[in-house]
Design a protein. Structure first.
Length: 256
């Protein structure tokens, strides 16, 4: 196999020892490759693969990293968890929250129907798609219906009613939405110290690609998981965020 040549900055990012590190790099400069090499480096240095968490924003990228690890480590990297943020949240909910058993992911058409019903119940006349987006952004910013209700803005109070009604309708039908895969795990970990400590102890090294696309709930989830050790390796480019429509905020990336 041909040896890969790394420049000094890439080599430093790969061999970084402990503590937080931010790798700022433009698109196409090999961030994902460097992340993969760092995973390999950590495992070759003796880290138990099961203690390692690598997060990407696309399932395709996660599968690509998994494939590279399998080839380079002869199966030794299989126990490292390489996944998306939403997949991580789903794993936590399945493992730790019995009330999540049997829940179904609401499809776009059904979600639209739920919001229309909620809007009708509270007497709101607005574009349902716009309301869905506002509630999604609120969840990604860790804003609850109660938070909106306490706002002095009339539009926030109106949104709080629809948001709350939507959540009730969803629970009655044993449904969850895409944003719940982040919002609920965060609330679970924040409220249950025993479960939080389990995942903090499990993930001794956390690596995240394209972190500029993170929303507040993602950032706070990472803060919780990495709090004891701060072994947090983040790759991204603060001017490159493409997921603003999902609440991504590159300013959080820079200020973390």
């Amino acid at each position: 196999m041909k040896e890969i040549k790394f420049n000094p900055q890439q080599a430093e990012a790969i061999s970084h020892k402990e503590g937080p590190m931010i790798v700022l790099s433009v698109a196409g400069s090999g961030k994902t490759m460097v992340l993969t090499e760092r995973v390999i480096h950590l495992i070759e240095q003796g880290l138990d693969p099961a203690r390692l968490l690598a997060i990407t924003f696309a399932k395709k990228a996660a599968l690509e990293i998994q494939s590279r690890l399998k080839k380079r480590l002869n199966g030794n990297g299989d126990r490292a968890l390489v996944c998306t943020f939403h997949s991580l949240g789903h794993r936590i909910l399945k493992a730790e929250n019995s009330s999540s058993i049997g829940l179904r992911l609401v499809q776009n058409g059904d979600q639209l129907k739920l919001f229309r019903e909620a809007m009708q119940k509270v007497g709101m006349e607005d574009d349902p798609a716009s309301v869905i987006r506002k509630v999604s952004l609120a969840k990604n910013d860790l804003i609850s219906p109660g938070d909106l209700e306490r706002s002095e803005k009339k539009e926030d109070k109106e949104l709080a009613k629809v948001y709350s009604c939507y959540e009730i309708l969803k629970r009655r039908q044993r449904l969850f939405d895409f944003d719940d895969l982040l919002y609920r795990p965060y609330q679970l970990l924040k409220s249950n110290e025993e479960i939080l400590e389990h995942y903090q102890n499990r993930f001794q090294q956390i690596l995240i690609d394209e972190f500029q696309d993170s929303s507040r709930v993602m950032v706070e989830l990472v803060r919780l998981l990495s709090r004891p050790h701060r072994n947090l390796w983040l790759a991204g480019y603060d001017d490159q965020s493409i997921h603003g429509f999902r609440g991504a905020r590159s300013d959080i990336f820079v200020s973390l």
